[in-house]
Design a protein around this ligand. Structure first.
Ligand code: CA
Length: 707
């Protein structure tokens, strides 16, 4: 195994650490008069009416009934089974006593928010073959609501309006070109009479954009593309003017981007800056990641890859942008939580309206909301791809940051120092709470001569991985290298106030409350409350299932509730599940709701036992096993796990009966007999001999390290 001494991280960890990636949301006008202004700005109140709580998306509740003096009386009010074993990333919306929560495959559940009684379920009946285009699991992060209508983004690209009372669809539009590997996982946002939706697919090759549709009719009002038209022609879109004037010149005219679309997808954060009447959104990585393959003929910044962009809310016309990672090469998306707030950064400490973001690249940014001016930035986790930011906020890259051959192990890796898991902000303390992680990865660039794979990043995932199963000591060392953190970040000082180290990356999103509490779930299934001022742990309860989703709070009949969904899965589980194996089990998604004085129980899950033994005698010579390793790593690993070790969200092929039968294997891998379950045919990527080599490699892994 190669060892990269500079960081002390083995090249194995590298590859292993893969990707992550990328894979959208809301604003609600409230049904009630006073709540309307809450949806606009500031803290969330009795209802949770939009993805981030309010237009400013601080995820800060002003409810204080649940506080430091009574956390010991917090108990389970109700639980709800989602009947889905894939990842749950939902932020429940709570309006007029009804909770709207989404589960995998874009299924929407309407529940009585006081009792948990199911009112209706809407299933958009997705063709599960789209699952193979989902870089990061078939997740959904939530819905938007306005005037009794729910807006749902569907993984196959649809945007749908659904009657909040009946669960019946009102209109449905297709927002993407279905011939391309687009997916929609993010929550739409409603601003005025428009509903906003983006999309994902930057790992596989698409061209990103943000769309605004009419809330009543579903008619497209405007669209802003975030990567150029492949012929650099006008699209007849709101973005035409800025591409002609500014952005086209930051791209060469040839390269893989002209085929794959350049990426720059708007897959998560979209916020409404009401005072400035603008939409501010985060833009994802370039496609392919490897900039030398994406755009070999220019050294340009590739706008608007990895940027924060502001457009006029009515017209979609460009107002400003700030590019966090010029000419992104690493999957350093800037799609992460965007929070709007007033900080005392004006003249003589006067309030100044700012944009805050902690994107994947490891730096925390504070920008002027009106102009996009860079005010300050600093790294919130250790990083080695820059020597810091210059006075304009531009990263000063190290010599190793863009390897042209060999492997550079970089921190952060493509899972990012912070991924989609929502950050929160306490405006009384002026502290942001970042669900951060430390996840290095080796980047080994492909060349033009290397085969083009479905997962199109321009880097070799197989690099550094051994053919033989990894010994326990190495596995232990790899696991120890990857950490999670909850960081309370002071955006004025650009420094941490406190930080809690967590045993794994990819923990849950965060809720802040005016009682000075911070709530976060963990991969291990614990729901934890911290003192917002100093990070002291105040309360902990195990929810019996891994948590990624953020909590929300609401009030009904004078009682404060806390709601959170459990459900392990998502990008990190699929791509690096071996780090948790077998600690995190794939279990039904659930909504679990707490209030003071409740005494409910969380039921045990009905786990599905897996017989962990090889399904065939080992076969294949070293050349066949090596071929299997490479083909597996290029085609299978992003879902079934590096080294054939799955988190269990998708089948662990080592224990799958199909791996024991050459014919059954070929039926699935080449002939696509399980397409309905989302495992489509790989006949375009793999020959039958490749498929059999993969089977040999998988069976070889099933026997474990040599004793
Ligand atoms: Ca990505």
């Amino acid at each position: 195994m190669k060892i990269v001494t500079r960081t002390g991280v083995s090249a194995l960890t590298i590859a292993v650490l893969l990707f992550a990636a990328a894979c959208g949301q809301q604003k609600a006008a409230a049904p009630g008069g006073s709540e309307d202004s809450l949806a606009a700005q500031g803290s969330a109140g009795a209802q949770w009416l939009s993805y981030g709580g309010t237009y400013d998306e601080q995820r800060h509740s002003r409810l204080t009934q649940i506080n430091k003096s009574n956390l010991d009386q917090l108990g389970v009010a109700w639980t709800y089974e989602m009947r889905s074993g894939r990842g749950i990333e939902t932020t429940p919306i709570v309006a007029d006593g009804v909770m709207y929560a989404t589960s995998s495959w874009s299924i929407l559940h309407a529940l009585d928010a006081k009792t948990g009684k199911e009112l209706w379920v809407y299933d958009p009946a997705v063709d599960k073959a789209v699952g193979v285009d989902a870089c990061c699991d078939v997740v959904n992060r939530g819905v938007a609501i306005k005037d009794g209508v729910i807006f749902l983004g569907v993984i196959d690209g649809r945007l749908e309006a659904i009657d909040a009372k009946t669960g019946k669809p009102i209109w449905s539009v297709q927002t993407v070109d279905r011939s391309k590997p687009y997916t929609v996982t993010g929550a739409p946002r409603v601003v005025g009479d428009k509903v906003l939706i983006g999309n994902g697919g930057g790992e596989l090759g698409v061209r990103g954009y943000l769309s605004a549709y009419d809330v009543k009719t579903g008619k497209l009002v405007w669209r802003f593309f975030t990567a150029p038209n492949p012929k650099m022609q006008p699209d007849g879109a709101a973005s035409d003017e800025v591409f002609a004037r500014l952005a086209n010149a930051t791209w060469g005219r040839t390269g893989r981007w002209t085929v794959d679309g350049g990426g720059a997808t708007v897959w998560d954060s979209i916020v409404y800056d009401e005072p400035n009447k603008q939409i501010i959104f985060g833009v994802g990585n370039g496609s392919p990641w490897n900039a030398a393959l994406r755009d070999p003929t220019s050294k340009g910044d590739n706008l608007f890859v990895s940027s924060i962009v502001a457009v006029d809310a009515d017209s979609g016309k460009y107002k400003w942008h700030f590019q966090t990672t010029p000419r992104d090469n690493w999957d350093y998306t800037a799609t992460q939580t965007i929070i709007l707030a007033n900080l005392p950064l004006g003249a003589n400490g006067a309030p100044r309206r700012v944009v805050m973001q902690a994107p994947k690249n490891g730096f925390f940014y504070v920008l002027d909301a009106k102009t996009g001016e860079f005010l300050s930035g600093n790294n919130y986790v250790p990083q080695n791809w820059t020597t810091g930011l210059d006075a304009r906020g531009r990263p000063q890259e190290t010599a190793e940051a863009r390897p042209t051959s060999g492997t550079s192990v970089l921190l952060p890796g493509p899972q990012g120092a912070h991924n989609w898991h929502p950050m929160a902000f306490n405006p009384e303390l002026n502290l942001a709470f970042i669900p951060a992680q430390e996840l290095p990865q080796g980047y080994a660039p492909k060349t033009e001569a290397d085969p083009h794979t479905k997962w199109n990043t321009g880097f070799k995932f197989e690099d550094g991985l051994p053919v033989d199963p990894v010994d326990p000591a190495t596995m232990k060392a790899m696991r120890a290298a990857f950490k999670g953190r909850l960081i309370a970040w002071d955006p004025i000082k650009q420094a941490p106030r406190w930080s809690v180290e967590l045993p794994t990356p990819s923990n849950g999103g965060v809720l802040s409350t005016a009682a000075g509490l911070v709530f976060q779930g963990t991969v291990g299934g614990d729901f934890v409350a911290y003192d917002a001022a100093d990070g002291k742990e105040l309360w902990r309860r195990n929810l019996k299932g891994g948590i990624m989703a953020p909590a929300v709070s609401y009030e009904i009949d004078g009682e404060q509730y806390l709601a959170i969904a459990s459900g392990w899965g998502g990008a990190y589980a699929l791509a690096a599940g071996f780090l948790f194996d077998p600690a995190v089990q794939p279990l039904n998604g659930r909504v679990i709701v707490f209030k003071l004085g409740a005494k409910g129980e969380i039921p045990d899950h009905k786990g599905i036992p897996v017989d962990r033994k090889p399904q065939a005698a080992a076969f294949g010579d070293p050349a066949m096993l090596q071929r299997g390793l490479v083909a597996y790593s290029r085609n299978c690993m992003v879902c079934h796990g590096p080294m054939a070790i799955s988190s269990g969200v998708l089948p662990d092929l080592r224990w799958s009966p199909i791996s024991g039968d050459a014919e059954a294997w070929r039926d699935v891998v080449i002939d696509g007999s399980r397409a309905e379950a989302g495992m489509v045919s790989f006949s375009k990527q793999l020959s039958p001999d490749d498929a059999e080599a993969i089977r040999a490699y998988v069976v070889h892994q099933a026997y474990g390290p040599k004793k």
